[in-house]
Write a protein that binds this ligand. Structure first.
Ligand code: AMP
Ligand code: GLY
Length: 436
């Protein structure tokens, strides 16, 4: 098969790394890719907003399957443009991608189909939103409805802060058109789990549950980021919780998307919160999560091309999807100044990585044959081993082999997983050494 992967982050490197292992692969292209994906296939500069160009490229290179990484091209209808030209695409149509691209669509969809989610109201006028806030006696979250690169969710601490947030989104348009509508919803508390699933629109196969770390600093302090690390499987997510999530969130979502005439093909990502009252869906994404994919794909035993191909053909039920035993941990290495003022262009020096460790690239590029940093999150160092405790150790051992000026990373990635594991009686002996 000739395969094209769209995107340039750690997620896409993990996808490319996995696809490159497939015996069915003839040639892999990544558009635009990064310095890491260049080791898995050929990077190619394509303007993915120009669908005609992408179609032309696919025809010229006889691409058998396109995998779209990020949400923006999906929300933009790239899957529809490809499918219309008989180019096979793993990723949802524009209509199905609404489940991520419009939070107001997603919330109404969940409410309509009794998928447990925080109570909410939608506004496009600031006066109505403020009047609602004044009547509300519970803590809230304010969300821009459209795509805002993971920045459109604000957790205000006071009524004043909530009011100024509404003004800046609806009037000052801090998130542009993504903020022409806002959602005010009840603030829930609990641990978050990312549960992704492969689906062909009917059959749903969940992946291993993962947890990520959104804050910049140890102990979940500091500003929010795109994610500083992740681990899978999440020990907190017991078989009972998996069952609950499938029955109350993923199955109704996939079934109702199909029944409403917008079948979802690809990866459906449910952002779940485990509350005192059971599982709530915070959001859906229409694609693989990042950095979650960097820990989930290394544990996937089955050929990703077999899975993606079957999803496109509506035959996912014929594929036996298997996972490795054990756990994986990914620690993100970020540039100095991230997430505010990123310093880029630093030379990177690599030493040999240990086995079962891989360094996924995100913000990197090649300059005169030298890998240089080119973004906020630069690498995700992932290791997998029999236990979570060992995977943590190996990921940090791996990270010692990578050097660039100003590198920052968290030192406590996945420790919460060990604590959760202890609580559930799942931790191994090493898991007890939490203070190390
Ligand atoms: P979203 O993009 O909707 O998942 O929101 C991003 C992040 O904001 C989530 O991962 C949560 O940490 C937080 N968040 C979103 N909705 C809520 C909520 N209703 N209650 C508490 N935290 C939330
Ligand atoms: N890790 C969160 C996301 O991919 O949206």
């Amino acid at each position: 098969m000739n395969v094209l992967i769209i995107g340039s982050g750690g997620r896409e490197h993990a996808m490319a790394w996995k696809v490159a292992q497939s015996p069915r692969l003839t040639k892999l292209y990544i558009a635009p890719g990064n310095a890491g994906t260049a080791d898995c296939g050929e990077n190619f500069l394509l303007d993915v907003t120009n669908h005609a160009d992408v179609v032309r490229f696919c025809k010229e290179k006889q691409i058998d399957l396109v995998l779209i990484g990020p949400e923006i091209p999906l929300a933009d209808g790239l899957a529809d443009s490809l499918t219309a030209e008989q180019i096979r695409c793993f990723g949802p149509s524009q209509a199905a991608a609404q489940i991520e691209a419009s939070k107001s669509f997603a919330k109404d969809f969940m409410a309509r189909h009794h998928i447990p989610t925080a109570r909410y109201a939608t506004f496009n006028k600031v006066s109505d939103a403020i009047a609602f806030l004044e009547r509300t006696d519970y803590p809230v979250v304010i969300k821009a409805s459209g795509l805002a690169a993971g920045k459109g969710v604000i957790l205000p601490e006071t009524l004043n802060e909530a009011m100024s947030t509404l003004e800046s989104i609806l009037i000052d348009k801090t998130f542009g058109e993504a903020g022409s509508e806002v959602i005010i919803e009840e603030r829930l508390s609990g641990q978050e789990v990312s549960l992704m699933a492969f689906t062909d629109g009917k059959t749903i196969v969940p992946m291993l549950p993962a947890q990520d770390h959104k804050r910049l600093l140890d102990g979940d302090k500091g500003p929010n980021t795109g994610g500083m690390g992740a681990y899978a499987p999440a020990p907190i997510f017991t078989a009972d919780l998996m069952n609950e999530a499938m029955e109350s969130v993923l199955k109704p979502a996939v079934n109702w998307l199909r029944l409403e005439g917008t079948p979802f093909i690809g990866v459906l990502y449910a952002g779940l919160m485990l509350t005192q009252n059971g599982i709530y869906a915070l959001e859906f994404n229409c694609r693989f999560g990042d950095p979650e994919t960097q820990v989930v794909l290394p544990l996937l035993e089955t050929d990703l091309l077999d899975i993606a191909d079957a999803c496109v053909d509506g035959k996912l039920e014929d594929v036996d999807i298997r996972w490795k035993d054990g756990a994986a941990v990914c620690v993100v290495l970020a540039s100095s100044g991230y997430p505010e003022k990123v310093v880029s262009g630093k030379d990177v020096r690599f030493e040999q990585l240990p086995v079962n460790t891989v360094c996924f690239h995100a913000g990197t590029k090649i300059n005169n044959g030298q890998v240089v940093t080119a973004g906020g999150r630069v690498f995700g160092v992932t290791a997998w081993a029999e236990s979570l405790a060992e995977s943590i150790k190996f990921a940090y051992d791996g990270l010692d082999k990578i050097h660039f000026e100003g590198m920052q990373y968290r030192k406590d990635i996945a420790k919460r997983g060990l604590v959760n594991g202890l609580y559930h009686g799942l931790a191994d002996e090493n898991g007890l050494k939490l203070e190390e």
